[in-house]
Design a protein around this ligand. Structure first.
Ligand code: 5GP
Ligand code: ZN
Length: 112
């Protein structure tokens, strides 16, 4: 399958990796929208939140454990935002589920 995040997760395309285990990979976004902006993806191909089900949801909770661990490690003490865009209206451009972690700036004007 021609999926850029499958290739990054498999190490076939280089990325600035922060964390990796048998289930997930975290790497910095190529086009950051804040001083800290990284992505966490499962190694397994899941296209979006729409494809999360009882068979594959364990990796999603694992991703949140990894985010909590990385937030401590990177000292994101003032807070951070986690975003997963799902589908066209949300602006999803890469159809391999991913969680943006954004920090290092005060995100005053809230969308939600
Ligand atoms: P989406 O718009 O689907 O929520 O987010 C996709 C994100 O992936 C974007 O923020 C974009 O900058 C990032 N991205 C796309 N291609 C690459 C790549 O090859 N390497 C890295 N590190 N990030 C990428
Ligand atoms: Zn993929």
């Amino acid at each position: 399958m021609d999926c850029i995040f499958c290739k990054i997760a498999a190490g076939e395309i280089p990325s600035k990796a922060i964390y990796e285990d048998e289930l997930v990979k975290a790497f910095y976004d190529i086009n950051p929208c804040a001083p800290v902006h990284f992505l966490v993806v499962p190694k397994e191909h899941i296209a979006s939140i729409n494809e999360v089900n009882s068979e594959n949801s364990a990796v999603i909770s694992h991703i949140y454990e990894v985010i909590a661990q990385l937030a401590k490690q990177l000292k994101l003490d003032k807070g951070y935002r986690v975003i997963s865009n799902c589908g066209e209206d949300a602006g999803q451009t890469v159809f391999h589920i991913h969680f943006h972690v954004i920090a290092g700036v005060h995100m005053g004007e809230k969308l939600i």
